[in-house]
Design a protein around this ligand. Structure first.
Ligand SMILES: Cc1ncc(COP(=O)(O)O)c(C=O)c1O
Length: 480
């Protein structure tokens, strides 16, 4: 089917009708059954965000001299989050489009600062635990920094500090910890990582993208929270996403630095071309002021009291769910989650968690599959959100039933067979190998597959470079 720009413009109603029909294909994120991606503070907050967002939809944050109000809004958002993370008056930062942009900038800043401090480093490396977010690999890929991966400890999923110490070389430019890591919701031993950074005169980034805001409110409310913010000696930068548990609309994060001397390495200026003068703090140039205004508005609208109310509701429901899961025969929660995100794994040979995820999906529940890596087994992830609070008990009932259903079925574990086949294939990254593997996995056509069980098993079993090659090919075919 060819799709072209219509010769004559369409009526607004028809446009909206079409979009609504498209949307019908998506998971219903408002159902409370989608246990990932959803961060919602309720209808009233959404109204405020939408109004502020659209008020700044056409304003361009590229140029603070034309739109000084956006500079003011950005500075105010940064100050609010810097205070929440207990930064002093020297802490500075910027608004970005999301966690990934914040992390790319944190890595670039460390790399460029260390280029000046240690010009002898020609092949920069950053040391991070296996639980650190994939965006660090993207940053590494874009910025030619080598990621040096260290394991996490058995059972706790916290960075192995001895291994991190051993991984530091004369090429190291950055140490990384997460508060918390996405997969297990576990906060790394940030004071120890930062101490290592101090000993080696290195920057230390804390990835607080998903947890920075939520954990800070937990701390203020008296929950036991491990130290992770600017009060920890040695922490030089922190990222915190407003569009996750900060409840802003998508496209909102901040990256903060201990001081301006460090942050200056993030900036980019260009006055040597024929066009307008460019001076950017972040990766993007032209950008709508919408997300900034929306984030500013939601911080002001919810206030400390609003955030604390949500944190309490979500934490109560998380506790109930975690306790409930541990009582279900066949599954167990991994580690001791520090906030409202966690994952659970199978304790029985009869239960394949990827099949469980597929089956839960047919019942309208979305759980996120995560592969076995290092000492973390195959598991399903839950990021608990406010909309799921009233459904926590129902979730446990359905989960228990579904686990029992799947365990009663014939085990159809293709992993062994797949591994044997993979061993036989000469995978030389040509189209033929890709199609053979794709066929084995059940990714046959050019559409999104319904059942993910075999695909997940295959992707989990393949060597990383092969699975990544397959994923790239898959997306390259899927996207027009
Ligand atoms: C800990 C952590 N860091 C970074 C990111 C990347 O954030 P984004 O998807 O906003 O780019 C995420 C996303 O879930 C995350 O959980």
């Amino acid at each position: 089917m060819t799709i072209e720009i219509p010769e004559k413009g369409m009526a607004k109603e028809k446009i909206m009708q079409t979009l609504r029909a498209y949307k019908g294909e998506d998971l219903d994120w408002q159902s409370g059954k989608v246990m990932g991606y959803v961060y919602d503070a309720g209808e009233k907050a959404m109204e405020v965000i939408k109004e502020a967002y659209t008020m700044y939809l056409s304003e361009n944050a590229l140029d603070p001299t034309t739109y000084p109000s956006l500079l003011r809004i950005e500075n105010e958002v940064v100050r609010m989050i810097a205070n929440l993370l207990r930064g002093d008056e020297h802490v500075v930062g910027n608004f970005t489009s999301g966690g990934t942009e914040s992390l790319i900038l944190a890595v670039k800043t460390a790399r460029d600062m260390m280029r000046v401090k240690k010009p002898e480093i020609k092949e920069p490396e950053m040391v991070l635990p296996i639980t650190a977010h994939s965006s660090f690999y993207k940053a590494a890929h874009y910025l030619c920094v080598k990621p040096v991966i260290v394991p996490v400890l058995d059972g706790s999923f916290k960075t192995d500090i001895a291994a991190m110490r051993d991984a530091i070389t004369e090429n190291t430019i950055l140490l990384v910890g997460s508060a918390p890591g996405y997969a297990h919701g576990v906060v790394d031993p940030i004071p120890e990582i930062a101490q290592l950074a101090l000993e080696h005169d290195l920057p230390c980034h804390v990835d607080g993208c998903v947890g920075g805001i939520h954990l800070s409110y937990m701390r203020k409310m008296g929950y036991p929270v491990l130290e992770f913010d600017f009060t920890v000696p040695g922490v030089t930068s922190i990222s915190a996403d407003l569009h996750k548990y900060g409840y802003a609309a998508k496209g909102a994060s901040v990256v903060l630095y201990k001081n301006q001397e460090i942050r200056r390495y993030q900036m980019f200026a260009c006055s040597r071309w024929t066009g307008y003068t460019v001076i950017n703090p972040a990766v993007t140039s032209s950008k709508t002021g919408g997300p900034m205004a929306g984030a500013w508005a939601v911080l002001k609208y919810l206030g400390d009291a609003g955030y604390q109310k949500i944190v309490k509701e979500v934490m109560d429901a998380t506790q109930l769910t975690v306790d409930g899961i541990d009582k279900i025969d066949g599954i167990k929660v991994l580690g001791r989650p520090d906030m409202c995100m966690f994952s659970f794994a199978s304790t029985s040979e009869k239960l394949n968690v990827y099949r469980l995820a597929d089956r839960m999906k047919t019942k309208g529940w979305f759980l996120q599959p995560q592969f076995a890596r290092n000492n973390s087994p195959s598991n399903l992830h839950v990021s608990f959100n406010r909309l799921s609070v009233p459904r926590a008990k129902e979730f446990l009932v359905i989960l228990e039933q579904t686990v029992a259903e799947v365990m009663a079925e014939e085990v159809d574990d293709k992993t062994g067979e797949l591994r044997a086949e993979i061993g036989k294939l000469s995978i030389n990254f040509d189209d033929e190998s890709f199609f053979k593997l794709a066929e084995m996995a059940g990714i046959t056509g050019l559409e999104l597959p319904e059942k993910m069980e075999t695909i997940n098993q295959l992707l989990e079993a393949l060597p990383y470079d092969v699975s990544e090659f397959m994923l790239v090919e898959f997306l390259n075919n899927l996207m027009k």
